[in-house]
Design a protein around this ligand. Sequence first.
Ligand code: G3H
Ligand code: ZN
Length: 276
Amino acid sequence: PLIGSGAVVAPASAAVRGVGAFNVIQLEHAQGIVAGAEDAGLPVILQISENAVRYHGGLAPIGAAVLALAGAARVPVSVHLDHATSVDLVHESVELGFSSVMFDASALDYAENVAATAAVVEHCHAAGVWVEAELGEVGGKDGVHAPGARTEPDEAARFVAGTGVDALAVAVGSSHAMLTRDAALDFGLIAALHRAVPVPLVLHGSSGVADADLVRAVGAGMTKINIATHLNAAFTAEVRARLAEDPDLVDTRKYLGPARAAVAAEVSRLLRLLHR
Ligand code: G3H
Ligand code: ZN
């Protein structure tokens, strides 16, 4: 069934366990992620980024399908709007029935960021929707690595107090869209942020983090673990292999089906890894 993100993340945080939050681009991603979560018997967060919404020409076409999948799932599934800079899009996702949103007003100066984020929190909380924000921008959104960005613990605590957000994405050494899993996380900073910040912490760019370091990051206090590129790599490798082995293959189900199954297998493995 569809469940609030707080109901997934808060107990995990209290138990020092990680929750996988996986990005959906096509329907097959969502189906593969739900199948993987059902296989693991664990809750999962499906997230749709503002970029993915743009790709589909709007939130409803992909958002409604993902919400329907979540509702029919045999495990608890949350549906989250990821990396939203548009307040209108946040409002639309709330109306559609999303469980949570990530709102990013980091392009504004600090005081305006706090005010804009607090307004989003007020709107979302009135509808029972959980809000994540980001402080200390995680680099590499357009494939450019900026692993040097760091979130400062005292500033993070002030930001959470000033905005009322339910979770905070922090910059601790990971970087978006890495194809190699060799990011060097700052585990001391994760522990310091965990001590300073009273809400669950979110790790972005987790595709670049090796299995053992994901486990260590959860142990140090990270709870929501965002993974996108790594699943795309698994999906696309399967598509590439199927097309390469049969030049006459034209039925899209014959390569998207195996790609979806590859996503399911990797999601099941990662959810178990993060939960232990
Ligand atoms: O918000 C989404 C994530 O931060 C995904 O990043 O593609 O590097 O795993 P990634
Ligand atoms: Zn991210």
